[in-house]
Design a protein around this ligand. Structure first.
Ligand SMILES: CC(C)(COP(=O)(O)OP(=O)(O)OC[C@H]1O[C@@H](n2cnc3c(N)ncnc32)[C@H](O)[C@@H]1OP(=O)(O)O)[C@@H](O)C(=O)NCCC(=O)NCCS
Length: 111
């Protein structure tokens, strides 16, 4: 039997988020709203019990890979996603800038 935990990332479209699970326990999420073909990420969190293990990086990498597969683009309002993109240039071709219009739109969406 292996001690290596099973880590999975899954889109939860109805809740506008991707979730990461470790051995079936939800450990974190990254949340977005869709603005036409742009997926605007605004918040990422990993539970304290799972912090510092690279889970946020794994979560965001798989989320952005899914965004690409859907033919969509990324707007990184979330500071963690923005930092991730500065370190992972393989997503440059699907990344759009955070504009004042996008931020205002997001604020209206989130009420
Ligand atoms: C930020 C957070 C998601 C990181 O989760 P994690 O699984 O421990 O992160 P990882 O191990 O994958 O990555 C750690 C990296 O996150 C960076 N980080 C930590 N807090 C950050 C923040 N608020 N904004 C941007 N980056 C952050 C660290 O500097 C570290 O960077 P490095 O890899 O270059 O050293 C987690 O600490 C958290 O939930 N924080 C509270 C909510 C929050 O501030 N979310 C970010 C803005 S929405």
């Amino acid at each position: 039997m292996s001690d290596t935990p099973t880590v999975t990332v899954q889109p939860v479209d109805v809740r506008h988020r991707y979730e990461i699970h470790v051995d079936g326990v939800r450990a974190g999420l990254t949340a977005y709203r869709d603005r036409d073909r742009q997926r605007v990420f605004f918040h990422t969190e990993v539970d304290d019990a799972f912090a510092g293990q690279g889970l946020a990086g794994r979560l965001v990498e798989e989320a952005l890979t899914d965004v690409r597969a859907r033919g969509m683009r990324v707007v990184p309002v979330c500071p963690y996603v923005a930092k991730f993109l500065k370190q992972h240039h393989e997503f440059d071709d699907i990344t759009d800038p955070v504009t004042p219009e996008a931020v205002a739109w997001l604020q209206r969406q989130l009420g």
